[in-house]
Design a protein around this ligand. Sequence first.
Ligand code: XMP
Length: 511
Amino acid sequence: KVIIVDYGSQFTQLIARRVREAGVYSEIHPCIVTAEEVKAMQPSAVILSGGPSSVGDKDAPTLDMGLLELGVPVLGICYGMQLLAHNLNGSLGSSETREYGPADFTMLKETPLFEGLDLSSPSRVWMSHGDKVKSLPDGFEVIGRTQTLDIAAMANEAKKIYALQFHPEVHHSEDGTQLINNFLFKIAKIKADWTMSGFIDSVIQQVREAVGPDGNVVCGLSGGIDSTVVAVLLNKAIGHRLHCIFVDNGLMRAQEVEEVSSYLREHFDLNLTVVDASERFLSKLAGVEDPEKKRKIIGYEFIEVFDEEAHRIDNVSYLAQGTLYPDVIESISHKGPSAVIKSHHNVGGLPETMKLKLIEPLRELFKDEVRKVAMELGMPDSIVWRHPFPGPGLAIRVIGEITDERLEILRKADKIVQNELTASGWYRKVWQGFAVLLPLKTVGVMGDDRTYEHVIALRIVDSVDAMTADWVRMPSEILERISSRIINEVKGVNRVVYDISSKPPSTIEWE
Ligand code: XMP
């Protein structure tokens, strides 16, 4: 495995993903990890990430020099490179201007890091830094430069320590993947053995061992890909001793509950109970307009219902959850918990009230890997590529008060959005696309009559991890079609608007 020491760069997760895409298992650890701890993990290589600090700053994270004595290759990226220079007697200076964006990288030496690349022409790379290495540390030589940086890459080949000032992990660095692969395979000589089928086998085995021959596991199913993959994986491991509970909170999209549950029962023989709790949720939500209150009510109610159902099952000792690796990293981050922007309801809460042990079979995986597992398990595209859907469901897309009538309008409008995105081939190209019902009415004219009706907002965004997002520049014909279909087919709507805000400063959902 490869250990990535995280100095706080926004790209650290990308490094881990690139390594895994190469078929090598990687883990991210906060930079307070000690060399002793890393040693115990028996890594085949160590990567030092970038970070926002300046090495000279008062509280800047430092390098545990023991990491260089583990006998495994080390790759420093950006801040990682500066740390190496600073700690090995090189010197740093600040660049005249912060360099952010593309640069042309010229490779100066035939090293295993550059194998397979054309040294005679520069490679486009992505820079993001304020400081630079001014003089080389002991034992190092320059292996690459750019127009503005004399030392854009350096190496101590005898000790197998390499460093790059730019970010090979981002897509904009055109040879980045090759550089990372060369580090893994030519320098660290790691075998690529991280595959999804291997992962599935090992999860099944671990779950069987942990649960034993007669233990029971409960699992909440939402219809989204994460919980569905968890359910199918555990079902493979322990069959009907996995009890799946699908809480219908009355806030799902049109036909969603029926479609998902019948599919899972038929194709995977899942032991699945659908609990119709819609009355209960909707009555608690009556008259509530505040988004955070809605979320709290839904989160609380969900736990109650789930708890009641789980208590009907004997001998339950485990709760299975679809926690993914980014949540795990977030919660152990050295930066501490980030500010609560919105309270997401599937995090925390349950285990405390239920006193169950947790099984989180996906906690080592990134979203794209979960999709690969789903495909490996034989799930259809409609589940594998399903857009994320928030736990609180349509409650946070009916802005303001939730009523049956308003939910129905939104369901009809949303169905048109989903249909048109699918029919035009755009569903797969975007991260999320949905309709939002606004809490206001506007004037329109239909035939000879004045109308005074609801407004639907369309939200279609691109993202890689939901942390940042941008609105999609959809072809106007598709927007036009969605708009005219909604206005013509959904009674009570006379206006459709398109949301052109990015995240940040907006968020993907409206509440
Ligand atoms: P925001 O609106 O915060 O959304 O930009 C980021 C992503 O998270 C989804 N989302 C949720 N998912 N429970 C969930 O499981 C929630 O409470 C929740 N709120 C937002 C949202 O759809 C987007 O993909």
